[in-house]
Design a binder for this molecule. Structure first.
Ligand SMILES: NC(=O)c1ccc[n+]([C@@H]2O[C@H](COP(=O)([O-])OP(=O)(O)OC[C@H]3O[C@@H](n4cnc5c(N)ncnc54)[C@H](O)[C@@H]3O)[C@@H](O)[C@H]2O)c1
Length: 343
């Protein structure tokens, strides 16, 4: 008989419900337990999922259940400690992005993983988006030659008035739009073009009391590529998050958005467009975008086959370093080396 994974979820908010819904549809998964401090959720969830066990404390869930995989979908500050608890129990885990509120907070998790490795993955879901995968294939193919300069942005209309509350606390989320939203943009830039060596950042708060609503950084990649990222959650006109990356390279130009990849090659002298509709590959269930299903399928298959995910805590730590470096650089008012951040 094929093995089935007993899965537990910590946090049944927006992302917990999304991942939980996808996992429930997979033959190779048995969602057995949920831990959430919000007990109101328990009575509602019990009424539709009577076969599952509900806990207020995730530690009790890890103690009492025989879990093969844990999904961690709680506010960012809780990612590292819950992941550490999984490592201590030897249970593979998926943790949502970003890895934590700072590099410093993630160091004990990395140490524990070195001592006792378990399969793990961090939710940089855009690795599973068709257009992003197409862009990466183009960059990796070498047709563009050496990348020279890039400009990129990630915008969303989220915060247009004075904002407080947990979602805007530095101690809970690690920052504002940069750590919460544009961590996805940093991730794609690193995945496409390799390590970022130096940053010169600036941040601005207007609506939020504790965290930035705008962030901008000049980026110098180890490869020699240079350019900038710009991000805000306080711009009108972006109902859904929007990313745009434009790269000028030795032999052409590439533009990536959520909807398409456009490629201009000097050799052909024309633009070629790849739209998400034509790149679309179907998935077993589509809740919130096919990329989330592919992400969960990749996590489940990695555990079933005992394989690394290739998108793990160590990778996510490098993204956290860049984010932390941008904050530090903004504070110091100078360009800084990413390698000087964290451990
Ligand atoms: N990949 C993506 O595109 C994406 C999108 C949105 C959010 N996220 C990430 O997912 C994570 C969760 O975000 P969300 O939007 O689902 O938040 P949310 O506020 O909707 O849900 C968080 C849930 O965690 C529960 N919780 C809080 N403390 C807990 C504890 N100690 N033990 C158990 N449960 C606890 C809350 O009661 C709530 O139900 C965040 O880190 C966020 O950055 C990722």
């Amino acid at each position: 008989m094929k093995k089935k994974l007993n899965v537990g979820l910590v946090g049944m908010g927006k992302m917990g419900i999304l991942h939980g819904g996808i996992l429930c549809s997979m033959d190779s998964v048995v969602p057995v337990a949920v831990a959430d401090t919000e007990t109101m959720l328990h009575s509602f969830a019990k009424s539709i999922l009577p076969q599952m066990n509900f806990y207020k404390d995730y530690r009790e869930m890890l103690e009492k259940e025989r879990l093969d995989l844990v999904y961690i979908t709680v506010p960012t500050v809780l990612h590292p400690p819950i992941a550490e608890a999984c490592v201590e129990k030897g249970i593979p885990f998926f943790v949502e992005k970003p890895l934590g509120i700072s590099c410093e907070q993630c160091v004990p998790l990395i140490r524990k993983l070195r001592e006792k490795p378990v399969i793990n993955m961090v939710g940089y879901v855009l690795h599973f988006q068709d257009v992003v995968r197409k862009a990466r294939a183009i960059v990796q193919s070498g047709v563009l030659g050496e990348p020279i300069h890039l400009k990129s942005y990630m915008y969303v209309t989220q915060t247009l008035s004075k904002s407080g509350g947990t979602k805007y606390k530095k101690s809970v989320m690690g920052g504002g739009v940069l750590n919460v939203v544009a961590t996805h943009l940093v991730d794609i830039l690193v995945w496409l073009f390799g390590d970022i060596a130096q940053v010169q950042g600036s941040v601005k708060s207007y609506h939020s009391h504790e965290v930035e609503d705008f962030a901008h950084s000049y980026l110098r990649f180890r490869s020699g590529l240079e350019g900038y990222l710009d991000t805000s959650w306080s711009l009108r006109g972006y109902r859904l998050p929007e990313i745009k990356i434009e790269v000028e390279a030795e032999k052409g130009r590439l533009i990536l958005t959520e909807d398409y990849v456009k490629l201009f090659l000097d050799a052909s002298g024309r633009w070629e467009s790849f739209f998400k509709q034509t790149l679309y590959e179907s998935v077993e269930i589509d809740v919130g975008g096919p990329e989330f299903t592919r992400e969960d399928r990749h996590m489940v298959d990695s555990v079933l086959n005992g394989k690394e995910t290739g998108l793990d805590v160590l990778y996510a730590y490098e993204i956290q370093r860049v984010t932390d470096a941008i904050y530090r650089s903004a504070q110091m008012g100078q360009m800084i080396e990413v390698k000087n951040i964290g451990a």
